[in-house]
Design a protein around this ligand. Structure first.
Ligand code: ADP
Length: 463
């Protein structure tokens, strides 16, 4: 392994920091330490764990501005979004600090008077997490908080692009007294650390947020030791605007859904499917609003859209746009790109494409960038068919005030998260996760602690 990860500002290409990469021996030692610590942490009472999580949340909030600035520097997102993400990240800690004290077992009536039956919940063991660069704080805390709350120990490998936010958060956890080996980070190359995690007999669960191909590899590699897995993978969210929708509201919400983090989220609307009778007025309003969005450095106050994280992400977006244009799409807004090869910085101006059809890659591949393809539909089942025509099943959005259309859509869309007149349905108190190739399991809400718990049934006989 090389010695250091170099963390760059994607808006300027400046080197922010060099972070030491851990060796294989160090990582295996950290896994052994996490495993040893589990014996102690799992026996800490739930109220103490809850209190420590609350302290962690508080100290993160006290350092919010500093953490947000680091996040903007390494990820590129506008500072206001980084502040929002720190709040979002602590909301998971707050939620699971409460859930820690509500992990209930139950008793079951026995089939014989001489028996008693008890069903206990207990933490599953050491949890290994791999997180992405697009939400360097929240993707970690929504795994770490339920793990620690349940009594599991936790180790994370943050994305190479954005390790600094995660490292800072974990240092703060140690500052408030969460044991060093109960929550750890390791840094290095994804595939190498991934294999150390999946091969380790100490790790009982892998939790991953990232791309579908990497998720599939982790699932495969977890099979030999039969680890639990939670997978938050790619998405290809449809956003349907029905004929009766409130268009101004739908436009505002489409922008919220599409352009957060420069379109680099797995729940960003990726296909906007609009009823043919309103598509002209909807696109006119959308184009007007999108034209006002400012592209720039995240630390500039008026920036709405920051840089694309790296050249690979940028190329993917450019290729999808070019493919659509080659096949007959038209540009309504944008199609402007600024790449500086020397600095290694890449910006994509918000773009709307119309005259889209299903032959175009943008209708099938996750874009992860600020580009909207607009498609029209006539009948509502046609919209559903179009929306479901993807191996992904993470988020779907629709806009209608007709309860019959809404009920039909929410029942027929094969997605784990549905926003009905809501472009931003995420939250710590709700179960986030996908169907089909978008993942396995849920994070957040009451569901989000379940993957960190085993069920143990005890039959007491001879009474
Ligand atoms: P992206 O292409 O958007 O960076 P990835 O799925 O490649 O998405 O990355 C998400 C996380 O997965 C990062 O922390 C990355 O280092 C890690 N990663 C990449 N490849 C592997 C792999 N083969 N095994 C385990 N983790 C990996």
């Amino acid at each position: 392994m090389a010695n250091h990860i170099q963390v760059y500002n994607p808006a300027s290409g400046e080197l922010i920091k060099e972070v030491p990469m851990n060796t294989k021996e160090q990582i295996n030692q950290s896994l052994a330490n996490g495993h040893m610590e589990f014996k102690k942490w799992s026996r800490t009472d739930a109220h103490t764990r809850s209190k420590l999580l609350k302290d962690w949340s508080r100290v993160i909030q006290e350092n919010k501005e500093k953490i947000a600035e680091v996040m903007t520097l390494e990820n590129g997102k506008p500072l206001k979004e980084s502040i929002g993400e720190v709040n979002y990240a602590t909301s998971y800690i707050d939620w699971y600090a409460e859930e820690a004290t509500r992990i209930y077992g139950r008793t079951v009536p026995a089939s014989s008077p001489s028996k008693r039956i008890i069903v206990n919940r207990q933490p599953i063991g050491l949890v290994a997490a791999i997180t992405p660069w697009n939400f360097p704080a929240a993707m970690m805390t929504r795994k770490a908080a339920p793990a620690l709350a349940a009594g599991c120990t936790f180790i994370v490998k943050p994305a190479e692009e954005t390790p600094l936010t995660t490292m800072k958060l974990i240092e703060l956890a140690h500052d408030v007294g969460i044991p060093k080996d109960a929550i750890q980070y390791v840094n290095g190359n994804g595939p190498e650390i991934g294999s150390l995690f999946t091969d380790s007999e100490h790790v009982r669960k892998i939790t991953f947020t990232g791309s579908t191909p990497v998720g599939k590899t982790l699932i495969r590699n977890s099979a030999d030791t039969v680890k639990h897995v939670t997978m938050e993978l790619g998405g290809h969210a449809p956003l349907i605007v029905a004929e009766d929708a409130d268009l101004d509201f739908a436009v505002t919400q489409t922008i919220i859904s599409k352009f957060r983090n420069a379109g680099q989220t797995c729940v960003c609307a990726n296909r906007v499917i609009v009823h043919e009778n309103i598509i002209d007025s909807f696109s006119e309003k959308l184009a007007k609003a999108v034209s006002t969005l400012k592209v720039g450095h995240g630390l500039d106050n008026d920036t709405d859209i920051g840089p694309i994280i790296n050249e690979k992400g940028y190329r993917k977006i450019v290729n999808q746009v070019n493919d659509a244009l080659d096949k007959g799409a038209e540009v309504l807004v944008g199609n402007k790109f600024s790449a500086n090869k020397e600095q290694d910085t890449y910006f994509v101006h918000p773009t709307i494409l119309q005259n889209i059809d299903e032959s175009m890659n943008i209708m099938h591949e996750e874009t992860f960038g600020p580009v909207i393809p607009l498609v029209s539909f006539k009948e509502i089942d046609e919209a559903v068919e179009l929306a479901n025509h993807t191996p992904y099943g993470l988020a779907a959005y629709f806009f209608t005030n007709d309860y019959r259309v809404g009920t039909y859509l929410q029942e027929h869309l094969d997605f784990g998260i549905i926003g009905w007149n809501d472009g931003a349905p995420s939250g710590a108190h709700v179960p986030f996760g996908g169907m089909k190739e978008s993942g396995l399991g849920r994070e957040g809400g009451a569901e989000g602690i379940e993957p960190y718990l085993e069920t143990k049934y005890v039959s007491v006989g001879g009474y």
